[in-house]
Design a protein around this ligand. Sequence first.
Ligand SMILES: Nc1ncnc2c1ncn2[C@@H]1O[C@H](COP(=O)(O)OP(=O)(O)OP(=O)(O)O)[C@@H](O)[C@H]1O
Length: 275
Amino acid sequence: MVTNYFTQAAGSDNSTAPASKPVADKCVVKNLNFFYGELQALKSISMTVYEKQVTALIGPSGCGKSTFLRCFNRMHDLYSGNRYDGEIILHPDNENILSRAVDPIEVRMRIGMVFQKPNPFPKSIFENVAYGLRIRGINKRAILEEKVETALRNAALWGEAKDRLNDLAFNLSGGQQQRLCIARALATDPELLLFDEPTSALDPAATASIEELITDLKNKVTILIVTHNMQQAARVSDFTAYMYVGELIEFGVTDTIFIKPKHKQTEDYITGRFG
Ligand SMILES: Nc1ncnc2c1ncn2[C@@H]1O[C@H](COP(=O)(O)OP(=O)(O)OP(=O)(O)O)[C@@H](O)[C@H]1O
């Protein structure tokens, strides 16, 4: 479905100007509530994640950003006592991925995740990237080699890794390990990629290379990113959602949220007056 929402013209100097290209819905969140036992961590969130765009989730510590992100790949199902209420409709299938009828493992095959700290498996570089493919029953060496190379190229790691594919992943630098985790997530062609503060454990140079990568990747995949770093949200995202104590306070085109937010609370957070 193509929506009426329009992204900013690239390079536009008018932050509220409508419209260069229409964007399609990838996920439509409807009245999402989430509970850790008795604690309600998300309150009636409704929002759209647009296809092949980067959407940033920002807000003060404890406002529910990571909780919201983890709903998209049903991570919360791994722990008892957690409860969802509401819908996340994934397009183009028009399927509610929170439905009990939908297998969370199937959801995780379509929606990849990259965590705060790089978490490669204690395996070689090659086997880290091949891992998800092998789980899907792909074992032919030629296919694995082709897909591993493509994923490493897409994660901007091929040049550094191609001569050491059999090295242990832990021998890579922190920034390289994070790009390896991105390659691992990309290898299975996800529709949506979730990033939970992907650069918070990295130095400025490694952070810059991950940000550049995120900008390149949006040509291929829809991206949802949690970040504490407001400059990062402004640099990499097309849309921004500001959350506070489990609620979505404001959502819109990133330039508008940063230059002319509708809510004073958003403005106070963005200008550093609070949070
Ligand atoms: N596993 C859990 N069990 C119970 N409560 C939790 C759990 N994880 C998070 N919470 C609570 O849910 C609320 C939202 O937490 P969440 O981690 O989603 O916030 P956040 O915005 O990502 O925070 P931060 O920016 O500090 O990472 C907080 O009150 C937190 O204490």
